[in-house]
Every structure is written in structure tokens, then in C-alpha cells.
Design a protein around this ligand. Structure first.
Ligand SMILES: [Zn+2]
Ligand SMILES: [Zn+2]
Length: 328
């Protein structure tokens, strides 16, 4: 009898829903990470059998585990939404990789909700700052709610960030939310944006996220740098955002003229032969230059087409003569 049961479990025939559920552990979960995809399929089977037997409790549990192990095995982040719904119906769930130990379903729910936010951010337009900020803020809140506890899923399905503590991930996302809010604000108020970027940097310094720290540092520097436009003379904050350095002839005499007039010497650069243009003056010059270029191209095309028509005429004449020769 015991041998028969073992055999049934091995091949999965004539099993009760509960036995199917147990089989997902013995033939999947408990065999280690390589078998998580198999575990997901076995949990799906168990959920189906539980559904047929109208065992709603077991069906919920099996369904949640099917989605969980599917995600851990590298499944699409799109499984996260239904997984979160499935976890809502549970008080606790088996700890990942175990059958006997249980964890609070709410803690896992918070972590996976944060991972859903992270997955959403990954596919957002890089310039959609406010939307990115919103999802980073959401992730920060979920990680904050988990607090100082170790995270559960990242050891099984790591991401590129490599932070396995909830509080540190919360700092990271808080910093990133502030970073993107600052970039959005930079267009209208670079001074306030610099303050926001400074707060972003403070948060990012608490999370081990070197690249993001450096990006925030670079922006902070840019937002706090002020230059006068060579063309309109107004002062602008925000290097390479509200003003740019544009190649131009800069002679020593020009620097001298600025010095005597008491104007901003930083609006010209003798060594790199560049001047500062605010974004408005810069785009104005650009627009005029573009219009000029389009006009010149149209003129050239007309000339070339006239020449081309002449060549085609000559070619047709030559062809007629060659044909006449070959007929003879
Ligand atoms: Zn001039
Ligand atoms: Zn200007």
C-alpha cells in the first residue's frame, strides 16, 4: 500500500487534491530552485483538482503558490498582479523553499507589490519623470512597511540592484522618487529642483546605489551652476538644460570687452572657443540655421535636377545611336 502511494505520488495519478498539493512540494519546491518551474505547474494541477472537488481554500493556496513559483522561476512580472490578488485571500503561506514553515502573507504581499512597482518602472519611458516618481514612491512605502526585516523573494529571483534589505530598498526608492520629481521641476524652477535633488542625494547615500548617487550628484552640480547668456545677457541656472555651450569665435579682445563692461566672464570660453547660449537663444539660432539649410538644399536640388535632365537627354541620344549601329 505504501509502495503504491509512493508510485502514485511519483507519477501523479489517482491522487486527492491535497495529495496533488503535497506532490508540488516533494516533486518541486523541496528539490530546490531548479525545480521551481516544475513546482508551479504541479501547483496549477493541484489548484485544478481542488477546484473540481470544490475545495476553495486549497484552490486559493495552490493558485497562489503556482503564481509565486512561476514568478520565482523567472516568469513574466505580469504574474505579479494575479499573485497579489491570490495572496489577499490568505493569512499565511508556506515559506519559499519549505513546506513546514509559514510566513505572514501580508509581508510577502508588500514585497511583491513593491516588485510590481519596480517591474512597472523598468518599462516606463525614461523621461516620464512624474510617473516614475509615483511608482518609486509606491515601492518605497511598501518596503518601509516591511521595515528592518530581510526580504524574502530577492534571494530566489535577484534583480540588478542587489539590495536585500527592505529599509535600504525603501531609501533607494525614496531617493529615486525625489530624483525624478526634481528632474520634472527642473524645467520650471531649477533652484527648487536643486533642493529636491539634494534630498534625493541624501536618501540615495543611505542605500548602496553608487550609479544613482553619481547621477544625482551630477544633476545637483548642473542645477546649481549659473551662467549669463552671451546673446541676451540674462542669467540662467541649469547647465546643459537651460543653457548650453556653443562653438563660436572667441578672441582675447572679447574677453577684455566683457571684463571692462563688468559682464559675466564665464559666458565665453577662450580655451574651448565656446559661448554660453540660453536654451531660447540657442533654439532661435538653430531654427534660423535650419530654415537657411532647407532653402539651400532646395536650390541645390533644382540645380542638380536641371543638370540631370540634360545628362538624361544626352544619354537617350547616345542610346539611339548605339541601337542604330547594332541594327546595321
Ligand atoms: Zn554681438
Ligand atoms: Zn539668451
Amino acid at each position: 500500500m505504501r509502495l503504491l502511494k509512493k508510485l502514485q505520488h511519483r507519477v501523479g495519478v489517482a491522487l486527492s487534491p491535497q495529495e496533488h498539493y503535497t506532490r508540488a512540494f516533494s516533486q518541486g519546491v523541496l528539490l530546490g530552485r531548479d525545480k521551481y518551474a516544475a513546482a508551479a505547474q504541479l501547483f496549477e494541477q493541484a489548484a485544478r483538482h481542488a477546484g473540481q472537488a470544490q475545495d476553495a481554500g486549497l484552490q486559493r493556496r495552490a493558485n497562489a503558490n503556482a503564481l509565486l513559483y512561476g514568478f520565482l522561476a523567472g516568469g513574466s512580472p505580469q504574474t505579479l498582479s494575479p499573485l497579489l490578488q491570490a495572496l489577499d485571500g490568505l493569512d499565511d503561506i508556506e515559506q519559499i523553499g519549505s513546506q513546514a514553515e509559514f510566513v505572514d502573507a501580508k509581508a510577502l504581499h508588500h514585497e511583491l507589490a513593491a516588485r510590481l512597482a519596480e517591474a512597472t518602472i523598468a518599462v516606463l519611458d525614461p523621461s516620464a519623470h512624474l510617473e516614475r516618481a509615483r511608482h518609486h514612491r509606491g515601492a518605497a512605502r511598501y518596503f518601509e512597511a516591511i521595515g528592518g526585516q530581510a526580504l524574502i523573494t530577492y534571494a530566489h529571483r535577484p534583480d540588478s540592484l542587489g539590495i536585500e534589505r527592505a529599509d535600504l530598498r525603501s531609501f533607494f526608492h525614496d531617493g529615486q522618487a525625489r530624483y525624478h520629481e526634481a528632474l520634472d521641476q527642473a524645467h520650471t524652477d531649477p533652484e527648487a529642483a536643486a533642493d529636491a535633488m539634494n534630498e534625493a542625494l541624501v536618501a540615495l547615500l543611505q542605500a548602496p546605489a553608487k550609479d544613482q548617487q553619481q547621477a544625482a550628484e551630477r544633476w545637483l552640480e548642473r542645477l546649481r551652476t549659473q551662467r549669463s547668456c552671451w546673446s541676451c545677457g540674462r542669467e540662467f541656472l541649469g547647465a546643459e538644460l537651460h543653457y548650453h555651450h556653443v562653438p563660436a569665435t572667441v578672441r582675447g579682445y572679447v574677453v577684455e570687452v566683457l571684463r571692462r563692461a563688468g559682464h559675466d566672464l564665464a559666458s565665453v570660453d577662450l580655451s574651448s572657443q565656446r559661448v554660453v547660449l540660453c536654451a531660447t537663444c540657442g533654439t532661435m539660432v538653430q531654427t534660423i540655421a535650419d530654415a537657411q539649410a532647407v532653402r539651400r538644399v532646395t536650390e541645390l536640388r533644382a540645380e542638380v535636377e536641371a543638370q540631370f535632365a540634360g545628362l538624361q537627354h544626352q544619354l537617350a541620344g547616345l542610346e539611339r545611336r548605339v541601337n542604330a549601329l547594332s541594327v546595321r
